[in-house]
Design a protein. Structure first.
Length: 299
């Protein structure tokens, strides 16, 4: 693209601009803006935000200037790099969970690991005083698992050795948890569960992080024991091989396209049912053998 000639560079806007008019109005006010800011958000919170913002602004990986010029896959890969860098900065600066959340908010995008942090482990997205965001706490591995399950799943997830997501929403059901169609059928003969999606509308859908990033999923399914339903329960399911990242046998993973608000988390998958470990403290069975019925997960 050619550079602008001098006569173009010399052009000026006509009349006062919006920013100038806004400054003029603000200058006529006697409100102590900084004082009001401290009152609403606290001085400590604002200083912490400014400190974290300065770290992010000086790191080239968080440069947003090319966001709208890159294609979808390039943006996904960039977001992966940003998520990795956030983890490194968290260790480097010994950030608390609140500071890590604040950094996530400041980069203004949901990285491919965001659902791993917020809905697979335990929600570390709490109210951030300087924003309007207040997210409901989701408890999964941390608060619904036994010590044995913590050892097998939680500790590995905290160290990012496994990456997870939260598979509740189905093609036919969103927040209507009682209406979920995915089944978790207890097999008394070998003390395992078979996860099964009997209908198209039982397909797990809109599950952020699952399409390309996650290798495990917390699957909400209707517990069935000896033909009797016991309502929805969470089950931790391995989705991909941990070395090759390929879907496990009988599992199909795809991508249904951009997801509003989570444009960097590619989504969609189908799973064949497997024997696994339920997260509920009173459910413990062997993991990762297969059954023939099919669980469908589309994220």
């Amino acid at each position: 693209m050619p550079t602008n000639p001098d006569w173009v560079k010399a052009l000026k806007p006509s009349g006062p601009q919006g920013s100038e008019l806004l400054k003029k109005e603000r200058d006529q006010s006697n409100i102590d803006v900084d004082g009001l800011n401290y009152f609403l958000h606290t001085k400590d919170e604002i200083e912490r935000r400014d400190r974290i913002l300065a770290i992010l602004e000086n790191d080239p990986v968080f440069d947003k200037s090319q966001n709208y010029f890159d294609g979808r896959m390039e943006r996904f890969e960039t977001s992966l790099r940003r998520a990795k860098r956030l983890r490194q900065l968290t260790v480097q600066h010994s950030w608390s969970s609140d500071e890590f959340n604040m950094a996530n908010e400041l980069i203004s995008e949901s990285t491919p690991y965001r659902l791993h942090d917020s809905m697979f482990l335990v929600s570390i997205i709490s109210h951030v005083p300087w924003t309007s965001h207040t997210d409901t706490r989701q408890i999964t591995l941390r608060d619904q698992g036994t010590p044995e399950q913590h050892e097998h799943f939680l500790k590995r997830a905290q160290k990012m050795e496994i990456i997870g997501c939260y598979a509740q929403t189905e093609l036919g059901h969103g927040s209507n948890v009682r209406g979920l169609e995915t089944l978790a059928i207890w097999n008394a003969d070998d003390k395992t569960f078979t996860i099964h999606s009997p209908h198209l509308t039982a397909s797990k859908w809109w599950i952020g992080t699952l399409g390309r990033t996650a290798n495990h999923a917390v699957v909400m399914a209707q517990l069935v024991i000896e033909g009797k339903p016991y309502g929805p329960h969470p089950f931790c399911v391995q989705i991909r091989d941990l070395k090759t990242h390929d879907p496990l046998p009988g599992i199909h993973v795809g991508d249904h396209g951009p997801k509003f608000g989570f444009k960097y988390g590619l989504n969609f998958s189908n799973l064949s049912a497997c024997k696994l470990t339920g997260i509920a403290p009173w459910i413990t069975v062997s993991c990762c053998s297969t059954r023939s019925k099919c669980l469908t997960l589309l994220c």
